[in-house]
Each structure stands twice: as C-alpha cells, then as structure tokens.
Ligand binder design. Sequence first.
Ligand SMILES: Nc1ncnc2c1ncn2[C@@H]1O[C@H](COP(=O)(O)OP(=O)(O)O)[C@@H](O)[C@H]1O
Ligand code: SF4
Ligand SMILES: [Mg+2]
Length: 334
Amino acid sequence: MTEHSYVEVKDLRRVFDVSKPWLNRVLEGSEKQYLKAVDGVSFTIAKGETFALVGESGSGKSTVARMVVGLLSPTSGEVAIDGVSMSSRAATAERQRLRRRIQMIFQDPYASLNPRWQVDRIVAEPIRAFRLIESEKDISDRVGELLSLVGLHPADGRKYPHEFSGGQRQRIAIARALASNAEFIVCDEPTSALDVSVQAQILNLMRDLQDRLGLTYLFISHNLAVVRHMASRIGVMYLGRIVEISNGRELFAHPKHPYTRMLLDAVPDVGMTGRQRIPVKGEIPNPINPPSGCTFNPRCPFANDRCRTEIPPLLGGVACHAIHEGRLAIDAAA
Ligand SMILES: Nc1ncnc2c1ncn2[C@@H]1O[C@H](COP(=O)(O)OP(=O)(O)O)[C@@H](O)[C@H]1O
Ligand code: SF4
Ligand SMILES: [Mg+2]
C-alpha cells in the first residue's frame, strides 16, 4: 500500500541572491538583495495525470520546473517522485534510478538539441547514457521506432537539427525524452515558440503519447487556452506562489481568485458570458521588492487594508481574503 502521490511537491522555496558585486555595494552603501522566485509552492500529481502551472512571465514557473527535475536545488521544501526524495539527502543510487524516469522538454528545442549531432545520435544519447540497450543494431532500431512514434520518419535520423522546422525539432526533443523510457515529463512552455497551427499538432501528439504510454506531465505555460487543452488540474501562479489550484473544469467555469479571472478575461475564446469582467491592468511587480500582504493588491480591484498587510493563505484552493471573507462572490458562468 502506498500513501504518496506519484509527484509530491511540498512547500518548495527558492531564493536567488541578486546582489550587486561586493565592491559596488561598499561604494554605494547598498545592501545585499534577494529575490524569492518561488515562495512556498505545494502540489501533487497522480500517475498518468497532467498538472499545469500557469501564470505570467516571471511568476516562478521555470524555477519550480528546474527544482522538480533536480536541475536546481531548492532553498527549502521537498520534491518526491514515486516516494523517492529528490534532495541530496536521499540515497544517490535511488536518485540515479529515478533520473532516467524523469525528463524535461524546453520552450526552445533548437537550443536543447546539439546542432553538430545527427538526430539519431541525439535521440540515442539517453539510451547509451543509461546503458538501456547494448547492441548498436538494436539502438538504431529503437531510435527509428521513437522517431516514428513522434510522427517523424526513421530516415530523418540522418539529418541535423537545422534541417527541421520548429515543430519537427520539438518532436525530436520529445523522442529524446522518451528514449530513456521516461514516465514523468516536465514540459516548460513546450509550444510557446511555435506557430499556432503547429502548437496544436505538438499538443495533440503529447496527449496521444500520454494515452499510449501512461505518461505523467507537469505542464507549464503562460497561456490558459493551452493549459485548458492539456491539464486535468491547474495551479495559477503569481509572484512565486500558487494563488488558485483546482481541476481544470472548475477553474474555467468558476474562477475564484481575481488574478485567475483577469487571466481568463484575457483569453478570447473562453466564452464566459454573464460574468463581471476584470480588465487586465498593470504589470507584474518587481519580485525583489514585492508588495506587502497579498502581492496582487496593486492590481486588484477588490484590495482593502487587510490585503495590503496580510498574506492570504491558500484555503479551499484559493489565496484571497475577499473570497475567504465572502466579500467577493464565487460566480457561476452562464
Ligand atoms: N538564476 C537566477 N538568478 C536570479 N534570478 C532568477 C534566476 N532564475 C530566475 N530568476 C528570477 O526568478 C523569477 C522567476 O523566474 P522564472 O521561474 O523564470 O519565471 P517564469 O518561468 O514563470 O517566467 C524572475 O523574477 C526571474 O528573474
Ligand atoms: S487578497 Fe485582496 S488584493 Fe489579494 S486578490 Fe484577494 S482581494 Fe485582491
Ligand atoms: Mg519560464
């Protein structure tokens, strides 16, 4: 009997030291400066599920992603995958085995593919690194199979990344991620650099692969329309925190947090009639010097004194005093 979810992220925090160099600080008499990129993020993902993080640029999504896959160590908090802690305190052998099962897909596939390698070498690299298949013939067969799986031709393996379009390059990146028999894939804005028509093809491919291979996704995007298509549960991030978390249907039908409502109003094709619209206003504040209390308060039409002093806790899936106090109704879509 296992009690844990497949992915468990608990109270994850990451602070960056963004101070000027020492001598500048001495001459200018300035202090060290710290930026809380991620400030207490928790969520779980069930096996085979897609959990999405959505929020404007700078809200801390990529920092969460990098900590989840172990590319960046957290300042505090825990990531456990299939019951194995990703922290350095955990047994190395166990984490090593886990590595193979976790892969990441980035926004810019060209930057993540070695331009000097032929595609078959790129896709075979995880197979060789993890010594999954011994014979070169079997590796070559497996690479051909992976390329077919992502909608490319086995003969494409002899080409170089620059010979492909953006969408095809993302297919190559997906094939490489699958080469290690990964079961959990962290996708950080995987289609944000692609044309809209190509985006849909790649998203559909990802969903299809999920169904066929039982993959679990952490899917990151600034685009709610994309997230809606992909995720069963969604966390909305603002300045390093999750301000609302719920299943996708609920989030789109009954958004609670004023920031979620604002994001939804910016999505043209969601068709939420009969609901008071909140115009998108303002910019995400400087995270080095965030507003006190609820960090959304300078942009929020419902902010009051309490909002400007007290950080709202995440209760019932939403971090908003106005909702908790009943000042702001949880409205129903028509
Ligand atoms: N290595 C770093 N050093 C300093 N600041 C960073 C670093 N990485 C990210 N940040 C800052 O952390 C915040 C969150 O960044 P990021 O996680 O990339 O957000 P998102 O992916 O949502 O756009 C931003 O203010 C960004 O400038
Ligand atoms: S806590 Fe206050 S400022 Fe923050 S979102 Fe809710 S109403 Fe707006
Ligand atoms: Mg990012």
